[in-house]
Ligand binder design. Structure first.
Ligand code: NAG
Ligand code: NAG
Ligand code: NAG
Ligand code: NAG
Ligand code: NAG
Length: 370
C-alpha cells in the first residue's frame, strides 16, 4: 500500500531508491514459495495452543540450470562413462532449486486445516529462508494440510502438511542417505548419480521396519534429518512420501546457498555434519522434551558420533540408537567405542543388512533397543 502511493506520487524510481532492508512484502506472482512439511507441537506456555515450526523458502528464478547441468554431465561422462543425455529432464528437475535466488523480507501467510488461527511467517532472512515457531491456536490431533494465502490474481496452489504430535509418547529421528535410501554417500560420483539421475531405491526392508514402528510405537512422530541441501527437498519428500508412506514426517535439511558444483554433489562429506545434526536434535528436543526418540542412522557419516553425544546430553530422550553398518565405512570397534563412550551398551545397536527384517521384532516401546 505504501509502495503504490509513493509510486503514484513520486514515480517508479523511488522504489529502486529505497534501501533494500526497508523492503518487506508478501509473496507475489513473480516469487516462488516452498513451504516444508512441518512438525507441530504443544505450546509449553499454553498447552491448549499448538505451535508449528514452519520453514519456508521464497525465491525468484534467477538463472538457468544449464551451466550446472553441463558441468555435472561432463563430470559424470568423464569419470563414470555415463551419458546423462536421456536423463537430462530428471537431472534438470532435481537441480531446479539450485538455480533460484532467495528473497529476503518476504512474509508468507497461511491457514492450516482444523486449526483456529490464520497465521503468518514474518520476513524471510537473507538467503530467502526462514524457520519460525508460529501459533495456530487450537488444532486437531491429526495430520493437516496448510495452504499459503496468495493474491487474488495468483492461481497457484501452494500447500504443505503439518504433522502434530503429543507432548509425550515416541518419535523416530531418521537419517536419509544410506539409512533409508541407497545413496552411496562414500563415493562422490555414485552419490551424484543416485542424487541427480537414478530413481531412488530404499534400503531393502526399511520401509517395512518403519511401517512396523508406526504401529508398535503408536504413531510416533517420524522426523527425517539429513545433511543434504534443502534444494533436494522436492526429490526427497517425494521419495519418503511414496516409499515410506506409513512413516511420513517432516524432513529437515541443511542450508546451502552456494551453486558451486562440487558442494552440490559433495554434501555428504561436508564438514560440519556432526554440528548440523546435533543442532537439529536440539531443535527436536526443544519441541518435544517429553518424548522419547529412537534415532536411526548409518556408519557412513557422523550418525554414531551424533547420536552418542545426544544420549550423553539428553539421556532417555534418545531411547535407542540404531546404526546401519555400511560396507566401506569405518566400522571398527574403536570408532563405535569412541562414538558411544559412556553410553550404556544396551542403548544402541549396530546392524547389518541381513538383520534389517529382525529390527521390527525389537520391543522399543517396552524399553529394548536390540
Ligand atoms: C561422453 O564422452 C564421450 C567420449 O568420451 C563423447 O563421445 C560423448 O559425446 C560424451 N557425451 C556427453 C553427453 O558429453
Ligand atoms: C537456515 O537459515 C535460516 C534463516 O537464516 C535459519 O533460521 C536456520 O537456522 C538455518 N538452518 C540451518 C540448519 O542452519
Ligand atoms: C490433504 O491434501 C491431500 C491432497 O493434496 C488429500 O489427499 C488429503 O486428504 C488432505 N488431508 C487432509 C487432512 O485434509
Ligand atoms: C521454537 O520453540 C521451541 C520450543 O519452545 C524452542 O526450543 C525453539 O528455540 C523455538 N525456535 C525458535 C526459532 O524460536
Ligand atoms: C576409524 O575411526 C577410529 C575412531 O575415530 C579412528 O581412530 C580410525 O583411525 C578410523 N579408521 C579409519 C580407517 O578411518
Amino acid at each position: 500500500m505504501r509502495f503504490s502511493s509513493s509510486l503514484v506520487i513520486l514515480g517508479a524510481s523511488v522504489a529502486y531508491a529505497l534501501p533494500p532492508l526497508a523492503r518487506r512484502s508478501s509473496v507475489n506472482l513473480l516469487d516462488s514459495v516452498l513451504v516444508f512439511d512441518a512438525p507441530a507441537f504443544q505450546d509449553h506456555q499454553n498447552p491448549a495452543n499448538t505451535l508449528v515450526q514452519l520453514q519456508a523458502y521464497v525465491s525468484t528464478r534467477q538463472f538457468s540450470v544449464a551451466p550446472l547441468l553441463s558441468g555435472i554431465s561432463s563430470l559424470l561422462n568423464k569419470t563414470l562413462g555415463l551419458d546423462i543425455g536421456s536423463d537430462i529432464a530428471t537431472a534438470s528437475s532435481r537441480l531446479e532449486l539450485f538455480a533460484t535466488v532467495g528473497l529476503s523480507g518476504k512474509d508468507v501467510s497461511f491457514n492450516v486445516g482444523g486449526c483456529g488461527n490464520a497465521a503468518s511467517l514474518q520476513s524471510t532472512a537473507s538467503g530467502g529462508m526462514a524457520i519460525q515457531n508460529i501459533s495456530l491456536g487450537a488444532c486437531g490431533a491429526a495430520e493437516a494440510n496448510g495452504t499459503v494465502d496468495l493474491t487474488s490474481l495468483d492461481s497457484r496452489d501452494v500447500t504443505f502438511r503439518v504433522f502434530p504430535s503429543s507432548a509425550d509418547g515416541f518419535g523416530v529421528i531418521s537419517d536419509i542417505d544410506d539409512t533409508v535410501k541407497i545413496s552411496h554417500s562414500l563415493d562422490t560420483l555414485l552419490l551424484a548419480k543416485a542424487t541427480l539421475i537414478d530413481t531412488p531405491v530404499p534400503v531393502t526392508g526399511m520401509p517395512e521396519v518403519y511401517a512396523s514402528l508406526a504401529q508398535s510405537l503408536n504413531s510416533p512422530q517420524f522426523i527425517y534429518v539429513s545433511a543434504s541441501p534443502f534444494q533436494l527437498y522436492p526429490f526427497l519428500r517425494d521419495f519418503i512420501d511414496t516409499t515410506y508412506s506409513q512413516s511420513n514426517g517432516p524432513i529437515m535439511l541443511n542450508n546451502l546457498t552456494t551453486t558451486d558444483l562440487s558442494s552440490i554433489i559433495d554434501f555428504a562429506r561436508a564438514d560440519g555434519v556432526f554440528e548440523y545434526k546435533s543442532a537439529m536434535i536440539d531443535r527436536i528436543q526443544g519441541m518435544y522434551p517429553g518424548k522419547k526418540f529412537l534415532a536411526v542412522g548409518d556408519s557412513t557419516q557422523k550418525d554414531p558420533e551424533t547420536y552418542g553425544e545426544a544420549i550423553r546430553k539428553y539421556g532417555d530422550f534418545i531411547a535407542c540408537a540404531w546404526i546401519r553398518l555400511v560396507d566401506e565405512a569405518n566400522n571398527t570397534d574403536a570408532r563405535f567405542a569412541a562414538a558411544f563412550e559412556g553410553v550404556d551398551p544396551t542403548k544402541y545397536k549396530l546392524y547389518t543388512d541381513a538383520e534389517i527384517p529382525s529390527l521390527a521384532n525389537i520391543d522399543v516401546a517396552g524399553g529394548s533397543c536390540s
